[in-house]
Design a protein. Structure first.
Length: 125
């Protein structure tokens, strides 16, 4: 399996990582019965971690499809792997900047991940 496919796997797990970061250790089994009402009570870094979780979910499908399309159109595997690794790094950094409440660096990391996704599609043309 290619490195790029492993990157799809890792980026697919990022939403769960960000979700667990704000849930643990305050999230109880009783809160799991009504998770939406628990999320409304979040503030500070826990709320930003929840937002990072949602953003990771939104970014994942385009990235996964871009990797698959690039590989289907026989883009150089090393380029696909490098862009996929860069995407994962940008997305991890994006989430960390979200938690740290650093808006401009977070936006730059978001743009970097988006640029990797767009590059994968454009290379397949």
């Amino acid at each position: 399996m290619s490195i790029a496919y492993w990157c799809i796997f890792i980026s697919g797990l990022l939403p769960f990582f960000w979700s667990m970061s704000w849930r643990w250790p305050v999230y109880s089994l009783t809160a799991n019965l009504a998770p939406r009402s628990f999320e409304v009570k979040l503030s500070g870094w826990r709320l930003r971690a929840h937002w990072a979780h949602l953003n990771a979910i939104e970014a994942f499908p385009q990235f996964a499809v871009a990797v698959i399309v690039a590989q289907q159109f026989h883009v150089s595997q090393s380029i696909v792997d490098e862009l996929a690794i860069a995407f994962v790094i940008f997305r991890v950094v994006h989430g960390l900047f979200y938690l740290a409440d650093l808006g401009v660096p977070r936006t730059l990391a978001f743009a970097g991940g988006g640029a990797c996704t767009i590059a994968l599609f454009l290379l397949a043309i």
